[in-house]
Design a protein around this ligand. Sequence first.
Ligand SMILES: Nc1nc2c(c(=O)[nH]1)N[C@H]1C(S)=C(S)[C@@H](COP(=O)(O)O)O[C@H]1N2
Ligand SMILES: [Mo]
Length: 164
Amino acid sequence: MTPRLGTASWTFTVDGLVERPTIWTWDEIHALPASSYRGDIHCVTTWSKLDMHFDGVSVDTLLDGVETAAEHVVAVADHGYTTNLPLEDVTGGRAWVVDTFDGQPLEPEHGGPARLLVPHLYLWKSAKWLRELRLLSDDEPGFWETLGYHNYGDPWREQRYWGD
Ligand SMILES: Nc1nc2c(c(=O)[nH]1)N[C@H]1C(S)=C(S)[C@@H](COP(=O)(O)O)O[C@H]1N2
Ligand SMILES: [Mo]
């Protein structure tokens, strides 16, 4: 099922282990400095897509000024899909909230209006229809991780399932 989310009511929230949540509307998030990713992405079922071009906002920008002792994050999508990541994997210029693919608005099928993009990890970590980043002190496995996918998901080490 593909959620169809209007941008008029769309918001994006950073919450969890923070003094107070930060919430952006669609217009507010577009007022932030833009950042793009150009490169490859890796699906867990062994395919990779090469030289993809996404535009959006760096997660560093979204966390700029957010005071937190968190070491983990859960990306929360509309309709409840979740995926967990170490905070350091979504910072340092390694993760984006993207809404544009090859210069066009991201299609709903691929997570539009906006998805997380963490290209150095398997694509299930890149939550589509992203609505929230929840900062946590402790790791909290997400949807696929609970069902047996690898907790970290490094494509170079082929970490597909628990034990890989
Ligand atoms: N919200 C949400 N995000 C999601 C998923 C999902 O089911 N729901 N599936 C993940 C998985 S398993 C993959 S492989 C990619 C697929 O992204 P694509 O549809 O753009 O190829 O999205 C990831 N993000
Ligand atoms: Mo997947």
